[in-house]
Every structure is written in C-alpha cells, then in structure tokens.
Design a protein around this ligand. Structure first.
Ligand SMILES: *Cc1c(COP(=O)(O)O)cnc(C)c1O
Length: 230
C-alpha cells in the first residue's frame, strides 16, 4: 500500500480510538490534512485514499496547488499567518480560514469575498495561553469580536482555533484545549453555537479529542517529516 494511504489510515484509526476512549460522538471530529510544503501529487495520493479537506499556510504555494487540483472536490482551509495584502487571494480561493487574528482581516475578507461564493467559513485564532510572541486574539478580546460579527455578512463565524505551546504530557496538553472549549461554551448561544474548535496536531491529537476538538490539523503524521521548518 502507498505510504501516504497507509499513514492516513493509521491517523484515522488513531482518531477513532481516541474518540471512543473519550466518549466522543461518531462523526464529530473532522480530519484536516495539512499539506503545506507538499506537492500536488502528494495531495492527490491522500485524496484518492479518501481525504477531502486540506490545510495550507503559505498563500503563494497554495494558489498553485489549488489551480492544479481544480474540480476534484477538495475543501481548502487557510491556516497560516494572514498578510494584509494577501486577504483577497484567501477570500477568492478558500472555503475556510482558521487563523484570523485581527479585525482588519475580518473587514477585508468580508469586503473581498466574491458574491458568487457562499460566505467564507472562519475561526478566530485565540492566544489561549497568552503567549505574547504568538498570533491570535487575547481571550478577553474575543467576546467583543463575536458580538461584532453582524457587520460581516460575507463571513460565517464557526468557532475558534488555537495553537498552544508544545507540551509533553497528556494532562499538560489538555489544559489550553480545555480553556478554549470553556471560552466557547461561555460565548455560544442557540443562534450562534460556535460549534467548531480547531485544535490538535500530530503530537497532541488525543488531548484535543479529549477536550472536544471538532477539527484536528494533521500534517507530519500523514505526509511524513517536512523538508523545511515552519
Ligand atoms: C503545520 C501546521 C499544522 C500541522 O502540524 P503537524 O505537526 O505537521 O501535524 C497544524 N496547524 C498549523 C496551524 C500548522 O501551521
């Protein structure tokens, strides 16, 4: 069996096992295959093994692959740093954006989302462990942004994303994920359920599943080690 197909199967088994162990409802966790730095050919291998959602971090390489893989039914997610002059390409080419970290990006993506496409699905990135060096809204800023979303009719706020500092132990890994879930629970309403929690990568997948993630973002465990660091 081809290596990517094999690894993808293993990741799906790992997700299923963690879901059973932590009493998660079947179908409540979606796998996003993080394909930054990978070729269109590698993406196609994952696609033919049944994977439909792919995450990219660098706009230029993403646009090349999106063009090459047009018409194959891929759902594209942008998960990288958003530079001011790149919002238009994101608004025009992606189905989801996980990494919104300031209100200027909200305004621009809203204005630039083409009218013939459905509203852009978004997550607010939250700096849940309050590390100054990292991107994301501070937890105390999030309520006001959620309250402002009526100003952005071309955006569909689905929930939150976080990228906590790496930790070794399961319990340590669970803490920031739990904090994000609790923040979401505080802000969710029947009209705005904020169902999506985008949290968990190759090394902290189980912790994220234990704490209620709905999208895990996995690169290395599917495609192998990356050739250049991110
Ligand atoms: C690269 C990246 C991932 C995937 O990381 P792996 O360790 O390869 O699974 C997930 N989320 C974000 C935001 C990333 O940039």
């Amino acid at each position: 069996m081809p290596l990517i197909k094999k690894r993808l199967e293993n990741v799906n088994i790992q997700i299923q096992q963690a879901m059973q162990h932590h009493h998660r409802t079947a179908g409540s966790v979606k796998l996003l295959a993080v394909s930054k730095t990978r070729t269109s050919d590698e993406i196609q291998q994952a696609l033919s093994a049944g994977q439909r959602c792919f995450g990219e971090s660098y706009i230029q390489e993403a646009l090349t692959k999106i063009a090459e893989l047009q018409g194959l039914g891929i759902e594209w997610h942008f998960i990288g740093r958003i530079q001011g002059n790149k919002t238009r390409s994101i608004a025009e080419n992606f189905d989801w954006v996980h990494s919104i970290d300031n209100s200027k990006q909200l305004r621009r993506l809203n204005d630039q989302r083409p009218v013939d496409l459905p509203p852009l699905n978004i997550c607010l990135q939250v700096k849940i462990d309050n590390e100054e060096s990292k991107a994301g809204f501070a937890p105390i800023e999030v309520e006001a942004i959620v309250g402002d979303m009526a100003n952005y009719p071309r955006l569909a706020l689905q929930g939150f994303m976080t990228l906590p500092a790496p930790a070794e132990e399961l319990n340590a890994q669970r803490q920031p994920f739990r904090a994000l879930r609790l923040l979401r629970d505080q802000l969710a309403t029947p009209e705005k359920p904020l169902k999506t929690l985008s949290m968990g990568m190759s090394d902290d997948l189980e912790a994220a599943i234990a704490e209620g993630t709905t999208i895990v973002r996995i690169g290395t465990a599917i495609f192998g080690p990356r050739n250049y660091p991110t």
